[in-house]
Design a protein around this ligand. Structure first.
Ligand code: BES
Ligand code: MG
Ligand code: ZN
Length: 490
């Protein structure tokens, strides 16, 4: 499938399906659309009237044109109200078109009316088409739905935007890597295979790669006791993955992205029981998957920023070697943790990963983690939680998320709640009371950062979806690769 910008005008375009965007409340055709309607013997205005098409964002109607006409089918896609137009309108419209036109071999898309930034629109449309069409059929002997037939997609009215299209396609590939890592079950994606994926990225895109084995982790500073403790019961060795992208010239900034990478979370001896969703816990490396997905895109887009990608990969399992509830672990910065719940394992792995990230002397650290069910209770499945010690950093990420169309909501770093993590015997416990569970998780992580501006993203809800909508299909979403890439490249 190839997406390209064409300088053919709307009225001259010929091919299988032609999709045009219509603004809500502007179903009286004018300009080029009126001329096209005339050329197609009134098919467009008839379609609008018959289907009572209103141009609501993301809605579509299709009609066969037939006869000797230059196009076989015409599709109308709603862009919503003119005053609400945003990059997300193009994204939603393009995703809807891709879904209805996937059986055609050629598709022309004309959404360009009133575009403020043609490059942003071309990039967003490209991302949306690729991601809406991506279905993960790797584990089916026979794919359930037919492969899209689309060979050529031409973006009308966006001539000259080839670079933006290439950028959108590179970013979409990064999102797809993240989706594939999350969709793959825990017998397929393990700490070892995650390290292999990182190795492949390093090789393909010239990134530096360092893998710390368990013994290396024991040697780091005061020993990564928290991370190692979590992996104790696994038959598979932990792999602490550190990929680095360095720009050619001097970097204008150095940042670290740290992704929670539990390739499976059984809960440990505080085993996840019936109804806890244990069978979905292959997704618990969603943060790490997005980290590697972002690495893939960033390595190709080559921003002037040095980026460290860190995944402390392991599994939370049960065996005679498992950590016991009540065990005391010592993190690399010397802080001791009473593990009062072995299912709050993500924060233990991140504690050591954050200490490691800070030693790299970066300007900012962002961690992303499928950390708490409490965050899903608070914000639902579509919105990630955001905590930060630095307002400027929080603002940067919100701006990056806005243009990616990915949703975050900032929650308070309420210091008082740290009282809930006080331990009789150690420096802290790993879990507090049920109330404010995603906030105490953030406060726990904060103990492992000294003074680098830091942000924590709880992505437990949005990394997975049970229904296809917008650019997402059922399963892993690849959230928040696009936000991370935007943030680094802004
Ligand atoms: N991986 C889970 C969090 C999670 C829940 C991710 C739902 C995706 C969907 C995490 O390790 C966990 O088990 N958290 C516990 C913390 C509790 C023991 C304080 C939780 O949220 O129940
Ligand atoms: Mg857990
Ligand atoms: Zn977990």
């Amino acid at each position: 499938m190839q997406i390209k910008a064409t300088d053919t005008a709307l009225l001259d375009w010929t091919g299988g399906s032609l999709a045009v965007g219509i603004l809500e409340g502007e179903t009286e055709l004018s300009g080029d659309l009126a001329k096209l309607d005339q050329k197609l013997a009134g098919t467009i205005s008839e379609l609008i009237a018959e289907e009572e098409f209103e141009g609501k964002s993301g809605t579509t109607v299709v009609s066969r044109v037939g006869g000797q006409n230059p196009v076989r089918k015409i599709a109308l896609v709603g862009l919503g109200k003119a005053e609400d137009l945003s990059i997300d309108s193009w994204r939603k419209a393009a995703a809807a078109i891709a879904r209805i036109a996937k059986k055609e071999s050629t598709l022309g898309i004309s959404l360009a009316a009133k575009v403020e930034s043609p490059s942003d629109a071309a990039q967003a449309i490209t991302e949306a088409i690729i991601l809406a069409l991506h279905e993960d059929n790797r584990f089916k002997s026979e794919p359930e739905s037919k492969e899209p037939k689309l060979e050529t997609i031409e973006l009308i009215g966006l001539a000259g935007q080839d670079q933006a299209i290439a950028k959108g396609s590179t970013i979409a590939d990064g999102v797809i890597l993240a989706r594939e890592l999350v969709n793959a079950p825990a017998n397929e994606v393990t700490p070892v295979t995650m390290a292999q994926t990182a190795q492949q990225l390093a090789q393909d895109y010239g990134l530096e790669l360092k893998i710390l084995e368990e013994s290396d982790c024991e040697q780091f500073e005061q020993g990564m006791g928290a991370y190692i403790g979590v992996g104790k019961a696994s038959e598979i060795p932990p792999k602490f993955i550190h990929l680095t992208y360095k720009p050619k010239g001097t970097a204008k900034r150095k940042v670290a992205i740290v992704g929670k990478s539990l390739t499976f979370d059984s809960g440990g001896l505080n085993l996840k029981t019936g109804g806890s969703g244990i069978e979905t816990m292959k997704m618990d490396m969603g943060g790490g998957a997005a980290t590697l997905g972002a690495a893939k895109a960033i390595a190709q887009l080559k921003p002037e920023v040095e980026v460290h990608f860190i995944c402390a990969a392991t599994e939370n399992m049960i065996s005679g070697k498992a950590m016991h509830p009540g065990d005391i672990l010592k993190a690399a910065n010397g802080k001791t943790i009473e593990v009062n719940n072995t299912d709050a394992e993500g924060r233990l792995t991140l504690a050591d990963a954050l200490v490691y990230a800070e030693k790299l002397e970066v300007d900012a650290i962002v961690d992303l983690a499928t950390l708490t069910g409490a965050c899903v209770v608070a914000l639902g499945n579509d919105i990630a939680g955001l905590w930060s010690t630095d307002d400027a950093l929080a603002q940067e990420m919100k701006t990056a998320a806005e243009s990616a169309g990915e949703k975050f909501w900032q929650l308070p770093m309420e210091e008082k709640y740290f009282e809930g993590l006080k331990s009789q015997i150690a420096d802290m416990k790993n879990t507090g009371p049920r109330a404010g569970g995603s906030i105490t998780a953030a406060l726990f992580l904060k103990q492992f950062i000294k003074d680098t501006p830091w942000m924590h993203l709880d992505v437990a809800g949005p990394v997975w979806t049970d229904s296809a909508s917008g650019i997402n299909n059922k399963g892993a979403t690849g959230f928040p690769v696009r936000t991370l890439v935007n943030w680094v490249s802004s």
